[in-house]
Ligand binder design. Structure first.
Ligand SMILES: Cc1cc2nc3c(=O)[nH]c(=O)nc-3n(C[C@H](O)[C@H](O)[C@H](O)COP(=O)(O)OP(=O)(O)OC[C@H]3O[C@@H](n4cnc5c(N)ncnc54)[C@H](O)[C@@H]3O)c2cc1C
Length: 338
């Protein structure tokens, strides 16, 4: 266990914002959490972080930041058809995907190269190229600040677009300790994205490794490497609008891209709205809209969280003025007190 005061968070958020946490606790097992709770040293409220790849810190954090270093991967059940794994919340997400690909377990390959850890993967219900974490998750194990341990079934998790019940619960003292996954042993791929099929066109055989490599290449071509240029990936969610609103916008912009949204309405790519509003590649001080993908805001060097927020506000205002749509951040914005 690591416990430290005035802990620097610069290397714990992919935006590269230079802030500190008043107290930082990293635990390596559920037992360590139980011990902290029994000793009355567990904070009543806290911010749980993974790799900080979906967070924007505005200020130094006055409270306690928790981090999981539970890094176990256990086989729970194996049949000729499938394998069930119980994975520690502190396992790096992409290490988990690498393991699945190497073992010929099908299902996680489209989620290759997404930054972050397994616990947050469930909290966020991460998704890419037609697959979401919820498609693989069977249960989520948690403990709360009173020491009550609970296993959430898939239905209990209330997964939605980049959301789950754990978003609300992590603000109420619930920690995700393990995530259980079911992977198939039968060869099957999700290749319904044109970009992925195109990238695989000259590939002699479709394999898990080939799909992983293709997806990693596509991602590297359009997303900044946080080690080089700070970002949190897509900063905004794609808005869903009523059909009438969409048709009204289409009258003036016939080329507007769109997709039917799962729960009804029309989903519009926020990146397109931002680009049409003239922001792609533009900067506001040390914060910029990434020139290869307008959905991504980047720290071009030394930006504070408030510099990024000012850019986000300016982009939102332009989109609102031009299209009447309020695009909302996907990134969690953390001020002094959560
Ligand atoms: C370059 C780049 C590309 C990206 N591409 C994608 C993409 O394709 N698809 C996608 O969905 N996302 C993408 N993201 C966003 C990000 O990778 C995911 O949201 C990821 O799940 C965040 O993981 P993390 O470990 O960094 O979590 P953090 O950002 O640290 O935390 C995310 C949330 O999870 C909570 N949390 C974390 N761990 C726990 C825990 N153990 N218990 C309780 N709560 C917890 C936090 O409080 C917070 O609310 C991208 C980000 C970057 C920088």
């Amino acid at each position: 266990m690591i416990e430290q005061k005035d802990f620097p968070l610069l290397h714990h958020n992919t935006f590269g914002i230079n802030v500190t946490a008043a107290r930082f606790i990293e635990y390596g097992s559920v037992q360590e959490l139980r011990d902290l709770i029994a000793a009355g040293r567990f904070p009543d409220s806290f911010l749980h972080i993974g790799r900080g790849s979906n967070l924007l810190f505005l200020d130094d954090y006055d409270g306690t930041v928790l981090h999981s270093a539970i890094k176990t991967i256990e086989v729970m059940e194996e049949t000729p058809d499938a394998i069930r794994l119980k994975v520690g919340s502190g396992v790096v997400w992409d290490d988990f995907v690498v393991r699945c690909v190497a073992c010929n377990w099908y299902g996680a390959e489209n989620l290759s190269a997404i930054p972050g850890e397994v616990g947050a993967g469930a909290v966020q219900n991460i998704g890419a190229y037609g697959v979401e974490a919820k498609d693989l998750i069977t249960e989520v194990h948690t403990i709360n600040s009173e020491g009550v341990e609970r296993i959430y079934s898939h239905a209990d998790c209330r997964f939605a677009y980049r959301n789950s019940i754990f978003h609300a619960l992590s603000g109420r003292g619930v920690v995700v300790t393990h995530v259980c996954f079911r992977l198939s042993k039968h060869e099957s791929y999700t290749l319904n994205y044109g970009t992925v099929r195109k990238e695989l066109e000259n590939c002699p055989a479709i394999t898990l490794g080939a799909v992983r490599e293709a997806i990693t290449r596509i991602r590297n071509g359009k997303l900044p490497d946080p080690a080089v240029l700070g970002s949190a990936g897509s900063f905004f969610m794609n808005p869903v609008v009523p059909e009438a609103t969409f048709e009204a916008i289409r009258r003036d912009h016939p080329s507007i891209p769109s997709y039917p949204a799962a729960g009804g309405g029309i989903k519009i790519p926020a990146g397109w709205l931002i680009e049409q509003s003239g922001w792609k590649g533009r900067s506001l001080g040390p914060a910029a809209v990434y020139d290869k993908q307008a959905l991504v805001l980047v720290n071009t060097g030394g930006a504070t969280g408030r510099d990024i927020l000012a850019l986000s506000d300016a982009v939102r205002a332009s989109v609102k003025e031009k299209f009447g749509i309020d695009i909302r951040p996907e990134v969690k914005i953390i001020s002094r007190w959560k």
